[in-house]
Write a protein that binds this ligand. Structure first.
Ligand SMILES: N[C@@H](CCC(=O)N[C@@H](CS)C(=O)NCC(=O)O)C(=O)O
Length: 202
């Protein structure tokens, strides 16, 4: 297996953390996003949507979309389970995973592209207002997570992919100098706990 990634960026990190939790290693290939390498024909043959990460299997199959890659990895290495066990747990994990991806992670990504220098000369659009709206929506989702985490140690029950997505989102926010209130004490305690796991270094 080969992982095409741009290591400073958050979606590839989600896969690396997931792999680290499962003890999976594979060859990594760095794609130069700021130089636009992912928009060239070579890379688009692997992922026509021109995004990383992409996992290449030994038979040449390319799997893009971070959560699809995580599903593949969970199937080939079920332990420890990061997508839940049994129908109810799996649904609860997927519910939180989707909520966090859509309402936190993707909001931050839109803020990054529209209201910060983003990918520099590669960015076709700028829209400060919409970027700031997305930032506000991301902060609302952090507030919701802070309330939820008052009652439990991890976001969806046991430690799961939902925690990984949220960790990568919060660290991405910090890299963008986007601060959330210190009053989010449950979220901050959770962030501290997650940051101490060895996989957070991936
Ligand atoms: N939905 C995709 C998103 C992939 C994505 O947008 N990745 C970013 C890096 S974190 C990227 O490749 N951006 C390239 C660009 O915006 O041109 C996933 O879940 O993997």
């Amino acid at each position: 297996m080969k992982l095409y990634e741009h290591s400073p960026f958050p979606n590839p990190r989600r896969v690396r953390v997931f792999m680290a939790e499962k003890g999976i290693d594979c060859q990594r290939v760095e794609i130069d996003l700021p130089a636009g390498e992912h928009r060239g024909e070579d890379f688009k043959a692997k992922n026509p949507l021109a995004g990383v990460p992409v996992l290449e299997l030994s038979d040449g199959t390319h799997i893009a979309e971070t959560q699809a890659i995580c599903h593949y990895l969970e199937a080939i290495q079920p332990e420890p389970p990061l997508l839940g066990r049994g129908a109810k747990e799996k649904a609860v994990v997927e519910m939180w995973q989707r909520r966090i991806e859509q309402n936190l992670f993707e909001r931050l990504a839109t803020y990054f592209h529209l209201a910060t220098p983003g990918l520099g000369a590669l960015e076709p659009h700028r829209n400060q207002d919409h970027g700031e709206y997305c930032k506000a929506q991301a902060l609302r989702m952090m507030e919701l997570l802070d309330r939820e985490l008052a009652a439990r140690e991890f976001i969806a029950g046991d430690y799961s992919v939902a925690d990984i997505t949220a960790l990568c989102a919060l660290d991405f926010a910090q890299a963008l100098d986007l601060e959330w209130p210190a009053s989010f004490v449950n979220l901050n305690a959770w962030h501290e706990r997650l940051s101490q796991r060895p996989s957070a270094a991936a």
